[in-house]
Design a protein around this ligand. Sequence first.
Ligand code: PGA
Length: 255
Amino acid sequence: MRTKIVAGNWKMNLTFEEADNLVDELMSELEQITLPRDVKVVLCPPAVYLEMVSDYAGDSYFMVGAQDVSEHEGGAYTGEVSAAMLASCEADYCIVGHSERRTYHGESDQVVAAKASRLLEHGLMPIVCVGEQLSDRDAGQQLAVVQRQVEGSLFHLDSNQIQQVVVAYEPVWAIGTGRTATAAQAQEMHQHIRSLLAAKYGQAVADEVSILYGGSCKPSNAAELFACPDVDGGLIGGASLKAKDFMAIINAIIG
Ligand code: PGA
């Protein structure tokens, strides 16, 4: 059975003290519930807080993810953070190819593919983001656009590697806008992504890959989205910054 995941993407928010308080609050809430074995909570703080966050849990209540990684192994790349560094700070996951990276930092599928490879080489699980722009959807091109991203970002991996990858479908028009994809739109795209994986790697492998929905996912819509058969959880931005909202989303996946 594939893993269900609720991952919080804090983006470039929170001071050290605010981040510390948020994890503290989450910990006391998580201690009250029993997470089923097939459900994982992942916190993705800014890289400078990774060690603080991972020190908190020691993997018992949540796992830790970074928000980005260098495509390079190491060396003279000022400001970059390598997969080896993330591994040495106890990160388990790392988001790559987020639309904000693709848009503001010009990341191509080729760069995203290289980043995913670096992470896998160091034992981290990439959360690879794909998603169409509003103009793509208005032109009826959303399936084709996401297909190109899936092929370009993931299809260099072999079938063992792909099972270590989490895919996040995040329609760009739904990120931080308050506008969520309907459950039907999410399911259609998630099924499409799984069918692409099945065509390349076989159905059994595709059935092992968790596909998360992201984009204005919040307590009021999480349960409906998570009820879709191919939606295996969420990548949560804004609502992951409030312990109560994030916990409500975690409770929605537990059902
Ligand atoms: P949002 O962000 O939940 O604030 O829309 C999701 C994301 O960008 O990962």
